[in-house]
Design a protein around this ligand. Structure first.
Ligand SMILES: CC(C)(COP(=O)(O)OP(=O)(O)OC[C@H]1O[C@@H](n2cnc3c(N)ncnc32)[C@H](O)[C@@H]1OP(=O)(O)O)[C@@H](O)C(=O)NCCC(=O)NCCS
Length: 132
């Protein structure tokens, strides 16, 4: 799990995404909700998840450093979450426009469950997967 010393590296990854979420990631690290992949030079990918979505496992955010994408790291992070949740349903969501994330979720057996208009013009699409 990520520790406070990982926060600058996590924020650097977030700087390569469309979102400013440094306060969110700092709080998630303190709450021990961040699993990180670190190849010895600092974080290159992370996932934030907990059981605060109606008591169910929910992946709130996964992000991979730009230079490390398409190498299976997000796949590893989802496998990590699923391994911690045997016999349950894992939930996640992403914006309608996030084609990479939709492709990843489809590839790994996540099924579209619904949508909410959280961001105007770019609805949040919810997915779930029953983990054996
Ligand atoms: C979305 C994201 C997390 C994917 O991470 P990744 O480590 O590159 O994903 P993986 O290498 O595990 O990809 C697994 C599969 O997902 C799909 N996929 C991933 N990125 C894709 C892309 N840019 N375009 C199309 N399909 C993609 C492919 O099917 C891929 O398998 P393949 O490489 O064998 O074709 C990464 O692009 C990222 O950090 N994006 C910015 C942050 C973000 O959007 N996070 C999600 C917010 S909810």
């Amino acid at each position: 799990m990520a520790t406070p010393s990982d926060v600058p590296g996590l924020v650097a990854i977030l700087a390569q995404t469309p979102w400013e979420k440094s306060a969110f990631i700092k709080a998630a690290v303190i709450n021990d909700e961040v699993a990180v992949i670190d190849e010895g030079v600092g974080p290159i990918a992370f996932v934030v998840w907990n059981r605060e979505f109606f008591g169910r496992p929910f992946v709130w955010l996964v992000a991979v450093a730009g230079h490390a994408r398409r190498q299976g790291l997000a796949t590893l992070l989802f496998a990590h979450v699923e391994a911690a949740c045997p016999g349950t349903r894992v939930y996640t969501s992403t914006n309608a426009t996030n084609a990479a994330m939709h492709a990843l979720l489809f590839k790994h057996g996540y099924v579209r469950r619904g949508e909410l208009d959280l961001d105007p013009g770019d609805p949040e699409i919810f997915y779930a997967k029953d983990v054996p």
